[in-house]
Design a protein around this ligand. Structure first.
Ligand code: MSP
Length: 512
């Protein structure tokens, strides 16, 4: 089965922060899970370059916009590598193939009779690149950026969004999975019920955006431009193999602030162009600091690269996806981070691996006979049950529930160590068989944990699998054979601590 997933394409006017990294990490986790399930995945990320803030930032630095965005591409790619995010394609809206796709979308919507000339009058937030009606503002300010929008009056090209209101409503009704989670769907349904106004899809050109075909001096509205990137990356308007295989996209994963662009404007554009709609728009929550959205404009951003360098990318990934149900906001601060790191990663998981490997080395020279027929520890049954819970959760993007299922196994493993006390068994030569069964079952469990945890922490899971003597990268496994006893570890080796304990005082007292 094929699975096409996209993240929002970022504005490159400033470096990525932990909030923007969160979305990419979540998408990467879903991708790795889908691959463990044997799916053929295409994962797209990229840059949305034609925003006015990008143009302004380049100007401030005395650079041509394209020189600036070329530099920013390197910064973004380096950040995604630092947090173990591996995409299949990275689209930039300045690429020629993207321009071709945008032109095709303009032509198609025009041919459908959905573009017309008009005069726009109203408020515009440059950071959102969006128009706001007076009633949308909060005390005269943009509800997302808490800044005063500009008043604009311009002759523009309009898109007949209002014509799609009823078709959108009926699509939402027939496809409850179209907007997720359901609380976002409800929000958008009320927007649809309030009624849709036509939108302006061009603006006076500053020479940076994509020229609006047939309207000299105007460039294509940056959202019309950027949303088309999802199609452009498949080769559209050419019916390439990639297009045929992957369009329509299975999932657009975006923040809750931009869900409405994806769930209202984008499907209306596609309907107008006569193209199939994506299956799911998932609007995730925000990473907050001190109760507010982490964002450049709020001045509270934290650097994902520095955090990953200091604590490990996988620890950061774990924290972000464990802290709140996926879809809801979460608060990031050092106190919460160090608490969860020490409790779940260093103590629970790290110790289970350390203890199991340590005992297998001490009592059996690292050699294991295999888990055997009888499930003396009960761990094999537990693994089957929790793996089912994990898959059921991951299939509906409940990433936090997936992690909780893994940690039930981690706890079961630690409990089995305490209950079966291998150090006592080791004192009695006649219990050698039982000792080997207990250690082998613990090692088999740890290997299963490494595979299940791989989507969340690819690098640490690989280190775990190595310590368990498995040459195969856990990402190459298929969940189908997770429980095959012939694949369980047979020889373990001494290992460095997976997650060295952090000193809370030192971490909380620092700002990095
Ligand atoms: N360029 C547009 C998206 C166009 S998609 C066709 C954009 N860019 S952005 O750089 O402002 O944001 C990129 C993504 O990061 C968005 O999905 C946004 O919701 C998300 N986030 C930005 N700040 C965030 C947090 N503090 N927390 C979680 N996600 C955040 O919007």
């Amino acid at each position: 089965m094929s699975f096409y997933i996209t993240c929002a394409i970022d504005y490159p006017n400033s470096r990525p922060h932990i909030g923007t990294a969160y979305e990419k990490i979540a998408a990467d986790t879903i991708v790795r899970y889908k691959r463990l399930m044997g799916e053929d995945v295409f994962f797209l990320m990229g840059l949305d370059e034609h925003s006015q803030n990008v143009y302004k930032r380049a100007e401030e630095q005395g650079l041509e916009p394209i020189t600036f965005t070329n530099q920013m591409e390197d910064v973004f790619r380096a950040a995604w590598t630092a947090v173990n995010v591996e995409f299949d394609d990275f689209i930039r809206t300045t690429q020629p193939l993207h321009r071709v796709a945008v032109k095709a979308m303009v032509d198609r919507t025009k041919a459908a009779g959905d573009l017309y000339e008009g005069v726009y009058k109203g408020f515009y937030c440059v950071s959102c690149e969006a128009y706001y009606g007076e009633r949308d503002l909060v005390e005269g300010q943009c509800p997302v950026h808490e800044t005063k929008p500009e008043f604009r009056e311009e002759a523009n090209v309009f898109f007949r969004l209002s014509a799609y209101q009823e078709r959108l409503k009926s699509h939402y009704e027939r496809h409850p999975e179209f907007v997720q989670p359901d609380y976002r769907r409800n929000e958008l349904m009320s927007l649809l019920n309030e009624g849709l106004a036509d939108i302006s899809v061009s603006r006076a050109s500053d020479g940076w955006g994509i020229p609006m075909p047939g309207h000299e001096g105007q460039s294509v509205y940056v959202w019309f431009d950027a949303l088309t990137a999802y199609l452009a990356a498949t080769g559209f308007p050419e019916e390439t193999d990639r297009y045929k295989k992957f369009w329509p996209a299975d999932m657009h994963l975006v923040g809750k602030d931009i869900t409405r662009f994806h769930a209202i404007i984008w499907p209306a554009m596609l309907m107008s162009a006569g193209l199939p709609l994506p299956k799911t728009i998932f609007g995730h929550g925000w990473v907050l600091t001190g109760g507010g959205r982490m964002s450049k404009s709020m001045g509270n951003v934290m650097d994902p690269v520095a955090t990953a360098e200091r604590f490990g990318a996988d620890a950061l990934r774990y924290f972000l996806l464990r802290e709140a149900p996926f879809g809801r906001d979460l608060e990031f601060d050092h106190e919460r981070f160090v608490g969860r790191y020490n409790a779940d990663l260093a103590n629970d998981l790290g110790n289970l691996l350390q203890r199991t490997v340590g005992m297998a080395m001490k009592y059996q020279n690292g050699l294991l006979g295999g888990p055997g027929e009888g499930d003396v520890t009960g761990l094999s049954t537990a693994a089957q049950e929790e793996a089912r819970t994990y898959c059921d959760a991951m299939d509906i993007y409940e990433l936090q529930t997936g992690l909780k299922a893994i940690w039930s196994l981690v706890r079961a493993g630690n409990l089995a160590v305490d209950t079966h006390a291998p150090w006592e068994l080791a004192k009695h030569p006649d219990k050698a068989g039982e000792l080997d069964a207990v250690l082998s079952q613990l090692a088999a469990l740890l290997h299963q944990i490494a595979i299940l945890a791989y989507p969340f922490m690819p690098e640490r899971s690989t280190a775990m699998a190595k310590a368990l003597g498995q040459d195969q990268d856990p990402g190459m496994w298929r969940l189908d054979n997770l429980h095959d006893p012939s694949l369980a570890p047979r020889q373990v080796q001494e290992t460095e601590p997976l997650f060295p304990r952090l000193d809370p005082e030192e971490v909380i007292g620092s700002n990095a």
